[in-house]
Design a binder for this molecule. Sequence first.
Ligand code: ADP
Ligand code: MG
Length: 145
Amino acid sequence: MNFEQTLSIVKPNALEKNALGDIINRFEKSGLKVIAIKMLLLDRQTAAGFYKEHEGQPYFEKLMKFMTRNPIVVQVLEGIDAVAKNREIMGPTSYMNGPEGTIRKDYADDITYNAVHGSDSPESAKKEIAYFFRENEIFPNYSVK
Ligand code: ADP
Ligand code: MG
């Protein structure tokens, strides 16, 4: 068990469906805590930088158009095994074969328009968090005072 942070993105199709609250609620109910959050409209360059490992894939242009078509919400989630827990709540990339009750099963429109992003390892979480947040925008491990 590791106390971790992970980057979560609520993608444009989920915001278009008014599903932001439901999605955040699923994270909070599972014990993950929102310790940073912002809404932004990505430009192509920022979207391409975030997904640079996917450049050249047949779906890359579709992914760029999707991620820039409307605002997204980026957040840092913190908790025990946050990286894996977020991925579990999201459901797999091939969401069609994923378990019922996952965010992607409920809100994905297709394999690209899949409602949410979650970092795939603690290492990529660190990089992805730094891509969107300055240190003073993140509030680790806060609790009742
Ligand atoms: P995940 O988001 O589950 O980590 P990947 O990192 O493999 O998945 O892909 C990044 C994003 O690119 C996915 O969330 C999805 O929006 C899109 N994508 C991935 N694979 C495909 C595919 N085979 N066809 C269309 N879009 C894809
Ligand atoms: Mg990924």
